[in-house]
Structures are given as structure tokens and as C-alpha cells.
Design a protein around this ligand. Structure first.
Ligand code: BEZ
Length: 389
């Protein structure tokens, strides 16, 4: 046997003897569990997240840290009552290595509990529930999106600075709506405004008529809202049809007009919202992302696609640092805590509770786009209350 062949045989034997099990585990396929909505009012949000995730993976040649990925998917229907069963199917039946999900805050809280108990890496690519990076935080739980408080707080500051004094809020009665309104209230009241009425209806109800009549009779300076997906489309259309658009400015957390403008049409024109993304950021990273996304899916990307793309980037950073081993939670977390994530939204870092610290943009709807008006709040961090790691 030639000398070089002998050397490589010895090296291979040494690697196998050093850690035969982990070597085999870290070079085989990595199993990813997608738990996202495929039906219901948030279905299109789930699709955009998965599209973004798969785009990043294909840009890496289909492998992360040298490992191929295989996928198992569950339609969580944005239904918190089914979330524990659904996530346990992924963890206990399918033995996934990593979980990606979900969109709905109530679903994500059940996922965080299961991930914390099992030690499975969880990357949340949308749901803003503060508990996930608050009291439920853990070394193996990360978010590539936002906390509900962040866009609400930034818009509270803006609404006050625009001279509004009396505002009515309206949303769905669950964590995403309530926490967004709390963020708005914090930003608005710290700057001299008053919330004169909080209106709400159960998720995913879209019977807005009685509440719109109440808004008309309260005559506030403006209205602030959180709705997303199909519910956002219905709200924007109903607000306009009720004749309120011309009389009372409508502000929103950016989900009101992200991924929804084709359906909302001219009823959304001019609406101001705050979010960690806009359609014309014009940085190089975003330009190439938008081009690749449009070419691959024949669709324009939205904030959900960006969050899915960044969830894959975050997974890649953690896996590269641990030589493809998602069981090395400390190594995975240390790498992400130190990382600057090169997102199409602009680079961001993670807070000590693993939530993005990021710029929140003020955007205005012009035609079919959320056009950047400016940075509403630079490097905004969620307070991360109650997180102990
Ligand atoms: C949530 O439930 O956290 C959520 C859903 C859709 C858009 C934004 C947040």
C-alpha cells in the first residue's frame, strides 16, 4: 500500500475510533420538523416561511454543515389546542433533530414548552409571543422574527410624535394582539398619548362591523391595529367600506399590510405601519434575496419569507459551530449569541434571551409595496422580562 493511502486509512480509523457514534450521527441526514399553518387565515404565512427557508438551503447546495436535510411537516392549523399533540408527534414519533415553527403565538408557546423539556433545538420563524423569549426562554430556543412588543412600541412612539392624543386600538384577543397593543401603549403613553378604548374580538373572527360602528362614534384621532393574513385583508377592506379610511388615520403593526397588498388593493393605499422589513430597503443583501426569491417562486417576498430565510441561516451558523451536531446546545447557542446575522432586513444580533435586536422601520403603502419612510426605532430590543438562563 502506498504511503499516502496508508496515512488516509489511519486518519479514517482514528476518526471512527474517537467517536464512532457521533461521527455517524453528524454526517447522516439531519431531520427538520416544520410545524407551520398550511390551512386557515395564516396559511400563506406558513408557505412564505418554508419558501424562504428552502431558498437559503438551496443557496448552500442543499446541505448545512456538510449534512443533507430531510423534512417532516405538520399543518398546525394555527390551533393552540392541537399544538402539544402536533409538536410531540415531531419530537417523539418522528425523532426530529430540529423544529422550525410556528406562526401563531399560542401554538409557539406549546412548542417552546415541549422543546424546553426535550432539549430539541427550536427556531421560531414568526410567532412573537413574549413568553418564548421571556419566562419560557432556554438555551435551545431561538427566534428569527420579532417579539410582538417590538413593532407595537415603535408605532406608539411614531403615533405620538405625529401629534395624535386619543387613540382606539383594535385586535384579536390572543397573545399576539394583546402584546402588540401593550407595546403600542408603552410607546404612545410615554410620549403623552392616551388609549381611549381597547377593542377586540376572538381569533380568527372577522365580524368587524359592530366594532367599526363603535370606532366611528368614539371619534379618536387615529386607530392602531394588529391583524395578519386573511384577517388583515378583511379588516382593511371593511375599514375603508365603512367610510373610516377618509376620516380616521389607520396605523398598524406591519403584518396588516405585509403579504396582503395584492388582496387589499387601493383600500390599503397610504396606511402607515412599523415592522423589521420594507419592500425597498435597497441593501445588497436584500436585492439579491428578492431577486432569487422572485426567480424561484414567481412571487415577491414578504417579511415571513425573510424570517424563514433567516431561520435557515441561524441553523447554519449553529451547525457550523458544532460540526453539524444539534445536540451540542451550548456550542450552538454560543455561536448564535456571538453572531451578526446577515439578513435581507439588515444585519441583526440576538439578545441574551435569543430574540432579534433589530431596526424597526416606518413604512407607507404605495401601490403594491410597503415603502420605507425611515427608521422608526434603531436597534430595538425586547425587554425579555422573566427570562432566566
Ligand atoms: C403571532 O401570532 O404571533 C403572529 C401571527 C401573525 C403575524 C404576526 C404574529
Amino acid at each position: 500500500m502506498k504511503r499516502r493511502q496508508t496515512a488516509s486509512l489511519v486518519l479514517t480509523m482514528a476518526m471512527l475510533m474517537a467517536s464512532p457514534l457521533s461521527w455517524a450521527q453528524n454526517t447522516g441526514k439531519l431531520k427538520i420538523g416544520f410545524m407551520l399553518p398550511a390551512t386557515g387565515t395564516y396559511a400563506s404565512l406558513g408557505t412564505a416561511i418554508e419558501n424562504g427557508f428552502r431558498l437559503y438551503l438551496s443557496e448552500q447546495g442543499g446541505k448545512l454543515a456538510g449534512r443533507e436535510l430531510e423534512f417532516v411537516s405538520v399543518d398546525d392549523e394555527s390551533d393552540p389546542s392541537k399544538a402539544t399533540d402536533n409538536v410531540n408527534k415531531l419530537i417523539k414519533r418522528d425523532n426530529v433533530d430540529v423544529i422550525i415553527g410556528s406562526v401563531h403565538s399560542g401554538v409557539a408557546m406549546a412548542m417552546a414548552k415541549a422543546a424546553k423539556e426535550s432539549g430539541t433545538i427550536l427556531i421560531v420563524p414568526n410567532a412573537g409571543a413574549q413568553a418564548v423569549t421571556g419566562p419560557m426562554c432556554a438555551m435551545n430556543i431561538f427566534r428569527s422574527s420579532f417579539s410582538n412588543w417590538q413593532p407595537g412600541y415603535a408605532m406608539g412612539e411614531i403615533a405620538a410624535k405625529k401629534g395624535n392624543k386619543r387613540i382606539v386600538t383594535i385586535t384579536w384577543k390572543y397573545a399576539a394582539g394583546e402584546e402588540t397593543m401593550k407595546g403600542f401603549k408603552d410607546g404612545f403613553e410615554q410620549n403623552g398619548g392616551t388609549i381611549i378604548k381597547d377593542l377586540s374580538l376572538p381569533f380568527p373572527n372577522v365580524e368587524f362591523q359592530a366594532l367599526l360602528t363603535e370606532i366611528a362614534s368614539l371619534k379618536p384621532d387615529a386607530v392602531f391595529t394588529f391583524f395578519a393574513g386573511g384577517g388583515a385583508v378583511k379588516f382593511v377592506k371593511d375599514y375603508s367600506a365603512a367610510g373610516l379610511k377618509k376620516k380616521i388615520p389607520l396605523y398598524g403593526s406591519g403584518f396588516l399590510t405585509d403579504g396582503t397588498l395584492d388582496a387589499e388593493g387601493s383600500d390599503a393605499e397610504g396606511i402607515l405601519t412599523t415592522l423589521h422589513y420594507a419592500d425597498n430597503l435597497n441593501n445588497k443583501r436584500d436585492q439579491s434575496f428578492r431577486l432569487a426569491y422572485a426567480k424561484t417562486y414567481k412571487l415577491q417576498p414578504d417579511v415571513y419569507a425573510v424570517q424563514g430565510y433567516d431561520a435557515a441561516q441561524m441553523l447554519s451558523i449553529g451547525l457550523n459551530a458544532t460540526k453539524g451536531d444539534p445536540k451540542n446546545i451550548n456550542g450552538f447557542a454560543q455561536a448564535l449569541r456571538a453572531a451578526k446575522i446577515d439578513s435581507p432586513r439588515g444585519a441583526f444580533t440576538l439578545s441574551s434571551s435569543h430574540n432579534p435586536v433589530q431596526d424597526i422601520y416606518l413604512r407607507k403603502v404605495v401601490g403594491k409595496e410597503n415603502i420605507l419612510e425611515g427608521v422608526a426605532h434603531k436597534s430595538l430590543a425586547d425587554p425579555g422580562l422573566g427570562c432566566k438562563m
